[in-house]
Design a protein around this ligand. Structure first.
Ligand code: HEC
Ligand code: HEC
Length: 305
């Protein structure tokens, strides 16, 4: 019965064409993004001056972190896997449990978190206001003589908005500009028919709803889930559905990094959320489909680096 409902719902979603390509151009303020880029890579934003945003959202690791948990100032360890910041602007909320509504709002998290950058606004402002370079750059954009935390968050959020990756092979296919191989096409078909698309849909092929990890087979315990925020028992093991864009670049997978490879992740999704043992051949085809969700590097970076 459960599967019948899934199946009918899937047909409904397919009819709605719920995967939409990323827009080729999405607005952001270039001047602010350029300043935000400097801040994003600057370790001055952390107490011991060793950690920047890029330490845990690393451009060469898909703007995520290949470690199981991230390491912050003084070698302190976090408790959850770091997601990619690529295309984060298209997520309906930020963080695994959706605790932040916007990118700008999210930035106070890492900056203040004792296990990440461990800063106070006061210390951050003191350091930046002592820098001639930053004083000049901020003044040009914000027309103020004093740099505030709010301006810092504003500039970094604008840089993050520039980090979107259009023109993946899949986007081009949706626009009728590219042809899929046989296996990619089969993977896309299976992605729909197994019901992956029930949760992973929209511009980010995810990132637009909260769902349970373990709908069919439950997990024993879950860290950093919605329950930790709402204390509503129904929210146990519920997370924001992650984006599958650029997923081939961001191993390991899941909030607890419990899958090392994409094949493993697909099989686990089948087991935990669909109650299906997905045959290896089907899982391989789905992985071929997931690989064509890798987009072009952000246009903004090409212009400045
Ligand atoms: C020490 C590692 C670390 C540092 C430093 C760090 N982050 Fe994160 N970031 C994480 C982890 C871990 C999460 C997931 C936390 C959660 O959801 O509970 C995260 C989540 C995010 C998200 C949410 C993405 C999504 O899909 O929900 C964004 C955006 C983000 N970080 C941006 C930044 C920015 C900007 C900075 C610098 C100001 C930064 N991070 C610094 C580890 C880090
Ligand atoms: C009922 C909703 C639901 C369905 C159906 C579903 N997923 Fe997921 N998916 C999620 C959630 C929630 C997570 C995050 C779970 C976690 O981190 O523990 C996730 C995570 C993933 C990840 C890891 C993403 C990352 O960044 O770590 C991959 C890959 C994935 N799903 C692929 C699939 C595939 C392929 C299917 C179909 C076989 C599928 N999913 C079906 C909800 C779903």
């Amino acid at each position: 019965m459960k599967y019948l409902i899934y199946f009918i719902f899937t047909l409904f979603l397919m009819a709605q064409n719920l995967i939409i390509p990323i827009p080729e151009h999405a607005p952001y303020n270039k001047q602010k993004a350029k300043l935000g880029e400097l801040l994003y890579f600057d370790t001055m934003l952390s107490r011991d001056k060793t950690i920047s945003c890029a330490s845990c959202h690393n451009p060469v690791e898909g703007w995520a972190d290949k470690r199981k948990v991230s390491i912050g100032v003084y070698g302190r360890r976090g408790f959850i896997q770091s997601p990619t910041v690529l295309n984060a602007r298209f997520n309906f909320v930020q963080m695994w449990n959706g605790s932040c509504a916007t990118l700008k709002d999210q930035i106070k998290g890492p900056i203040h978190n004792p296990n990440e950058m461990d800063m106070t606004n006061k210390l951050l402002e003191k350091r930046l206001n002592a820098s001639k370079k930053y004083k000049k750059l901020f003044k040009k954009i914000y027309h103020k003589n004093y740099i505030t935390y709010d301006m810092v968050a504003d500039a970094i959020a604008e840089f993050e908005k520039a980090l979107y990756t259009p023109d993946s092979k899949f986007d081009l296919y949706l626009k009728g500009k590219a042809k899929l191989t046989k296996i990619e096409k089969r993977g896309y078909m299976l992605f729909k028919s197994y019901g992956c698309i029930i949760c992973h849909n929209g511009i980010n092929v995810g990132g637009n709803s909260f769902e349970k990890m373990g709908v069919i087979h439950h997990l024993k315990s879950c860290k950093g889930d919605r329950y930790s925020l709402t204390h509503n028992p129904e929210d146990k093991c519920v997370y924001k559905v992650p984006t599958l864009r650029n997923i081939a670049l961001t191993a390991p997978y899941f909030h607890d990094a419990s899958a090392k490879t994409l094949i493993e992740a697909v099989k686990k999704m089948g087991y935990y959320n669909l109650g299906i043992d997905i045959p290896l051949n089907d899982a391989k085809a789905i992985v071929s489909f997931l690989k064509i969700l890798t987009g072009k590097p952000p246009e903004f970076l090409k212009e400045h680096n």
